[in-house]
Design a protein around this ligand. Structure first.
Ligand SMILES: NC(=O)c1ccc[n+]([C@@H]2O[C@H](COP(=O)([O-])OP(=O)(O)OC[C@H]3O[C@@H](n4cnc5c(N)ncnc54)[C@H](OP(=O)(O)O)[C@@H]3O)[C@@H](O)[C@H]2O)c1
Length: 344
């Protein structure tokens, strides 16, 4: 029997469908970027922090935490430095994980001098290398100290495609694989401080513009460092949800937060035009670190494990109509990939 639909009609229909699909994708992307820009400008800048801080309770962060052991990664600069300083000033023992020995030593002695707390230590580890993380964590585990707080702060936005010595795309290696490896390998020491243990991961509000994707190393399409960075930051949010679910019975709380837009060496270097256009409107590093410190100090009953936090409150993980929610179902396959990369 002969078909009644001719070949040109079928191909026209296919073309129309593809065009509509591309148009929808374009519109969703444009909506995400616009919604993020407006929401960010109103909330993530210094004025947003000052507005939100009107409802902060100063007593929340007035606690001392002598005897608590905290690890802060990327602690020699920006938000990590402010976090390490804030924890040390409240009496914690702080292990500052830095990739550069000299920069790390300067930061440790500055914090010791400013806080009078001598229990601030440098641990050198390049978090772009799984092998280095493995040797650091196995060395560190011999200390046999309980870890109360692990702050996964180290991160970067590398605009060019750079490949690490282990063959991974650099943003992914530090922001995702490094964060994943540190957390998984520190679990035994975190379990020692249960039920108080917590992992706090520093994501970015930029993740609102990205769904979760299994293209972890940006193998598809033309590489874009800023896009790769926000994809990485979305993975951190989905990972935190998964950790909370997977390790809920271990007495460890998992929280992910974003600091807003803070003026740090990382932002100045990686986003010069953003930094220039918002001159005077960005938060300080201390303001960026405020919610990290708050999460470290709150009684766990007040917090939601797996939650995303901003300015001392739980925040939505998805912007309205941004079509990012369903993508989180890809996290299991992402974890399988991370386990295979790390040989865990
Ligand atoms: N500032 C913001 O507005 C903003 C907004 C959203 C999210 N964040 C997030 O906040 C976190 C801190 O960023 P920041 O703005 O404070 O930037 P920063 O000043 O550049 O600090 C980043 C820290 O991470 C360290 N780091 C980078 N790669 C590393 C590696 N391979 N191994 C070990 N440490 C490494 C850096 O060490 P070096 O000094 O040796 O480079 C530095 O100590 C990041 O996760 C970032 O994504 C920041």
């Amino acid at each position: 029997m002969q078909s009644t639909t001719s070949k040109p009609t079928i191909s026209l229909r296919i073309n129309v469908r593809i065009s509509l699909g591309l148009l929808a994708m374009f519109l969703v992307k444009a909506w995400r970027a616009t919604a993020f820009g407006v929401y960010g400008y109103l909330n993530f800048t210094k004025s947003g922090f000052l507005e939100h801080s009107k409802s902060f309770n100063p007593e929340d962060v007035a606690r001392r935490i002598d005897g608590k052991n905290c690890i802060v990664t990327g602690a020699n600069s920006g938000i990590g430095y402010a976090t390490a300083h804030g924890l040390a000033s409240r009496g914690a023992t702080v292990y500052m994980v830095c990739r550069n020995k000299e920069r790390g030593e300067v930061a440790v002695s500055d914090i010791q001098a400013a806080t009078g707390n001598q229990k601030v230590y440098l641990e050198v580890c390049d978090l772009s290398s799984v092998n280095e993380i493995k040797s650091f964590t196995s060395r560190f585990r011999t200390k046999d100290v309980p870890i109360h707080v692990l702050v996964n702060n180290a991160g970067l936005l590398e605009n060019k495609r750079v490949t690490t010595s282990e063959g991974y795309e650099m943003n992914f290696a530090v922001n995702v694989l490094g964060t994943y490896s540190m957390t998984e390998l520190m679990l035994p020491l975190l379990e020692k401080s249960q039920p108080d243990a917590r992992v706090i991961t520093v994501s970015s509000g930029g993740m609102y513009t990205s769904p979760l994707t299994t293209d972890l190393q940006f193998d598809r399409g033309e590489f874009n460092g800023a896009e790769q960075y926000v994809r990485n930051k979305r993975v951190q949010v989905a990972l935190t949800e998964k950790w909370a679910e997977k390790y809920g019975d271990k007495g460890i709380g998992f929280y992910v937060m974003h600091p807003g837009w803070a003026e740090t060496p990382g932002v100045t270097k990686s986003l010069p035009s953003f930094s220039e256009s918002l001159k005077g409107k960005l938060r300080t590093s201390n303001e960026g670190a405020d919610t990290v410190i708050w999460l470290a100090l709150q009684p766990k009953e007040k917090l939601v494990s797996g939650g995303f936090y901003f300015d001392r409150a739980e925040a939505p993980k998805h912007l309205a109509f941004s079509a990012t929610k369903k993508s989180h179902s890809a996290i299991n396959s992402i974890i399988d990939t991370l386990n295979s990369f790390g040989n865990f």
